[in-house]
Design a protein around this ligand. Structure first.
Ligand code: ADP
Length: 219
C-alpha cells in the first residue's frame, strides 16, 4: 500500500504540493474551506472536500485519521494553522508537515508536535538572495544552520584544471559531491584527478562561512 496524504489548504503552496504528489502517483485527499478551491481541484483529486479543518468532528467524519501523512498548508490564518496541527496530532496522524510563515509560528507548531516544518517563503528568499549576489550560484540549500549544499557554475579560471591542481578542499574548504557537464552527463563523487571544464556545474557541500568566501571570491 502506498502512503496516503491529506493536504489541508489548497492555496498556492498546498496546491503545488498536491499536484506534485499526484504526478508522483500518490493518492491525495484535499481539504479547503473555500468552495472555489474545492471545485478547482475536483478534476485533479478523487477525494476533495469543502470543510473547516479546525472542526475536529468533521475531520473525523472525513476519515482523516486513516491518512499516513498530513500537510498543513494554511499560511495566513495563524489560528487555523495552529488548531489544525493540534487536531491532526490528537487524531494520531503519524507524520504532520506544517507550513510556517515566521519564526514564532514555527515555534508554536514545533510545540504542538508537528514533525516537519517548512518555511517556503523564507527558504526561497535565502535562495534568491544568494542567486542575485553571486553570478555563479544556481541553487542554495541550507542543510543546517552551519552547512549548506550549493550548485555553482564553475568559474572560468577552473577550466582545464583538476580538483587536485585547484587544491579545492584545502583552498575553499568545500567538498565537490558531483559535477554536471554541459551535456548533462553527471560525475558523482569525482576523483581528485577529474578535469573541470568551463560551464560545468559543481555540487558542493561546505560550511556557510566557506561557501560565502567562495561566492565572494568569484563575485
Ligand atoms: P498560500 O500563500 O500558499 O496561497 P494561503 O494561506 O493563502 O496560502 O492559503 C491557504 C488555503 O487554506 C486557502 O485556500 C484557505 O481557504 C485554506 N484554509 C484556511 N483556513 C482553513 C481552514 N480552517 N480549513 C480549511 N481550509 C482553510
Amino acid at each position: 500500500m502506498r502512503k496516503q496524504f491529506v493536504v489541508i489548504g489548497l492555496g498556492r503552496f498546498g496546491g503545488s504540493v498536491t499536484k506534485t504528489l499526484c504526478s508522483l502517483g500518490y493518492e491525495v485527499m484535499g481539504i479547503d474551506k473555500d468552495e472555489r478551491k474545492v471545485q478547482e481541484y475536483a478534476a485533479v483529486l478523487t477525494q476533495v472536500y469543502q470543510a473547516d479543518s479546525t472542526d475536529e468532528n468533521v475531520m473525523k467524519e472525513l476519515g482523516v485519521r486513516n491518512m499516513d501523512h498530513a500537510i498543513v498548508a494554511i499560511g495566513e490564518d495563524l489560528q487555523s494553522s495552529i488548531l489544525t496541527t493540534l487536531i491532526l496530532k490528537d487524531l494520531g496522524i503519524k507524520h504532520v508537515t506544517a507550513k510556517a510563515t515566521n519564526d514564532y509560528h514555527q515555534r508554536v507548531l514545533e510545540g504542538l508536535g508537528a514533525d516537519h516544518i517548512v518555511h517556503p517563503e523564507r527558504d526561497t528568499g535565502v535562495r534568491v538572495a544568494h542567486q542575485v549576489t553571486s553570478k555563479n550560484m544556481i541553487e542554495y540549500l541550507e542543510l543546517s544552520p552551519e552547512h549548506s549544499l550549493v550548485e555553482v557554475i564553475a568559474p572560468s579560471s577552473f577550466g582545464g584544471k583538476t580538483l587536485k591542481t585547484l587544491d579545492f578542499r584545502a583552498k575553499y574548504g568545500c567538498s565537490v559531491m558531483a559535477i554536471r557537464r554541459k551535456d548533462n552527463e553527471v560525475v558523482v563523487s569525482p576523483h581528485a584527478d577529474e578535469l573541470i571544464f568551463e560551464g560545468d556545474m559543481l555540487v558542493m557541500i561546505g560550511r556557510n562561512t566557506d561557501i560565502s568566501r567562495f561566492e565572494r571570491t568569484f563575485e
